[in-house]
Write a protein of this length. Structure first.
Length: 558
């Protein structure tokens, strides 16, 4: 292979462009690969039975000897959730800040990978040598502490990955964005900038997290009964504000939901949450206290079916019931696609008689985004002044809008690369171009199965969910091929048997006549018999019902 073919800088995403979630970005120079983030996303509506979705890492597995490590920008699920699955087949070092690593270690412990995974704590002052590349970091503001951006110094030039960010001038934890370091990186020169596009369609600036605390405290003061507040478990700033409001209004706090309990426990141990002694109570103690002395902090801000808030709304939670007059705060904006679930949960809460505060944070005041709006995205572009710009972390329309923002601050259109997962940007001698694709897509996790459910299985599940299944059982004689028993037809999810006896009797007759015809023609291969039975029965059922159930012939010989 020629030197020119080896010595090139390649940048691409295995997840996180054209979608929200499963963030994973790859920077490769010659024989060294550095990965940034390793997230998951939750399944779309047509992914029936799927638990989570992670990136396809087949490219990394083919080049496992070149992977120098995975750098993690912060501790949200869409940036760390894929690690337990990826590390099982790609055991490489993990580099993350203290809180982020604490959250990761809980996941690795559950997966039995803690002992065999190399974990290195970094700070914003760390400098890592990763093959021919050097990684440095800078503090950013986001809705979780210890968030950082990454600067990778490569032989071609600096590649900057912002992570998820906004510019909060009054952060609640006083962890200010490191504007000086960002400006210094920009001064050195940035070859390529990969920047968060989530709020690229939102004009202006994103509000400060500090403004939310006062609103939450005001709601707590006014509430005559219990307050139930649902937010993202990983939004530690918001959790601290709930704790502070409880202290001011002299309320006790109970925490509900596995992920919320885990995060509160880890963040408290590591010193990122300050919980006064005696404030936390067990869920069983809630009913022993007056309603105006209690706050319940729980998961379920996205209306997830099994989350604590949703189960409370349906009166199926084992320990907590929502009562008429309770105040429920949903302190989050629905992720695109979750609006229907949130709406359903709000409806059920209102049926109970609860007072529900929900909707965009700009209206309720109890939520602000962790992502920068247009003016902040432009500020990042102006600080970094990259030669090339690659918008990331957002659906296609968001990437496109971010590209337009980059044009508005003077980056030429031809130097902006809007790519899909797997599409590579190659830079040789300072000149960038779109190059060949690498394998990228979804790996579906169903229970303990990783990647064993594909499009064909999903198609079958969709068919079963729409039109049901018909099982046809026939026993044939091995000697003369005559029908010894059956056909027996079993219907599940197609028609109610007691009300469709005539239809099923006719279906039985069609199967019998089809088998007799095939035997008279000396057709005795099982595959051929099954195909003919499926075709004949399928045609008949569609003519009668305009439905296409899955037909499963089972033929036995004795």
């Amino acid at each position: 292979m020629s030197k020119k073919n080896i010595d090139k800088l390649t940048i691409f995403a295995l997840g996180g462009v054209g979608e929200i979630g499963k963030n994973m970005y790859v920077v490769q120079y010659a024989n060294d690969i550095v990965v940034v983030d390793c997230g998951l996303k939750f399944p779309e509506e047509d992914m029936l039975g799927i638990d989570i979705v992670i990136p396809d890492i087949s490219y990394l597995l083919e080049n496992r000897d070149k992977v120098r490590g995975i750098l993690i920008t912060h501790g949200h699920e869409d940036h760390i959730g894929g690690l337990p699955y990826v590390l099982k087949s790609l055991n490489v070092p993990i580099f993350a800040t203290r809180l982020t690593l604490g959250l990761i270690e809980t996941k690795l412990k559950e997966a039995g990978l803690l002992g065999e995974t190399k974990r290195i704590v970094i700070t914003s002052d760390s400098e890592l040598k990763l093959g021919c590349m050097t990684a440095t970091f800078f503090k950013t503001n986001h809705s979780i502490p210890d968030s950082v951006g990454v600067c990778l110094a490569t032989p071609e030039g600096n590649v900057v990955h912002t992570g998820d960010f906004k510019f909060d001038q009054t952060p609640v934890n006083e962890q200010y964005a490191d504007l000086h370091r960002m400006a210094a990186i920009g001064q050195q020169g940035v070859l390529a900038l990969l920047s968060d596009s989530t709020n690229s369609e939102r004009p202006g600036y994103t509000g400060s997290e500090r403004s939310v605390g006062a609103e939450i405290e005001e709601v707590f003061r006014k509430a005559k009964q219990r307050v139930i507040i649902a937010t993202f478990a990983s939004n530690i700033h918001r959790v601290q504000q709930v704790i502070d409001a409880c202290q001011v209004t002299r309320r006790k706090l109970t925490v509900i939901g596995r992920s919320m309990v885990n995060v509160v426990s880890i963040a408290s141990e590591l010193g990122y949450l300050n919980v006064p002694d005696g404030m936390l109570i067990e869920p069983e103690e809630v009913n022993k206290l007056a309603g105006d002395r209690v706050v319940i902090l729980c998961t379920g801000s996205q209306g997830e079916p099994m989350s604590a808030l949703t189960r409370m709304a349906r009166s199926t939670h084992r320990k907590i019931d929502i009562l008429p007059g309770d105040t429920v705060i949903i302190a989050a904006t629905p992720i695109p696609g979750n609006e229907r679930y949130v709406g359903r949960t709000v409806d059920e809460l209102m049926r109970i008689g609860a007072h529900v505060i929900y909707g965009p944070g700009s209206i309720t005041g109890v939520h602000v985004s962790g992502h920068g709006s247009q003016e902040e995205l432009k500020l990042m572009l102006n600080i970094m002044r990259p030669k090339y710009f690659i918008p990331i972390h957002g659906e296609y329309r968001m990437l496109r809008q971010h590209g337009l923002l980059a044009e508005s601050v003077g980056i030429p259109r031809e130097d902006i690369f809007i790519v899909d997962n797997g599409e590579t940007v190659e830079i040789v001698d300072g000149v960038a171009r779109k190059a060949s694709k690498v394998p990228a897509g979804n790996v579906l996790i169903d229970g303990l199965g990783v990647g064993d459910v594909g499009n064909i299985v999903l198609r079958d599940r969709k068919l079963l969910s729409q039109d049901g299944i018909l099982v046809v059982v026939v026993t044939l004689s091995k000697q003369d091929g005559k029908i010894l028993s059956g056909p027996d037809i079993i219907s599940r999810g197609f028609v109610y048997v007691r009300e469709s006896e005539g239809l099923l009797d006719e279906a039985n007759r069609i199967v019998t006549s089809t088998l007799h015809r095939l035997m008279n023609e000396n057709v005795n291969e099982w595959a051929s018999l099954k195909t003919h039975v499926k075709d004949a029965l399928g045609r008949f059922l569609y003519e009668q019902t305009r439905r296409r159930p899955m037909i499963l012939p089972i033929i036995m010989e004795v």
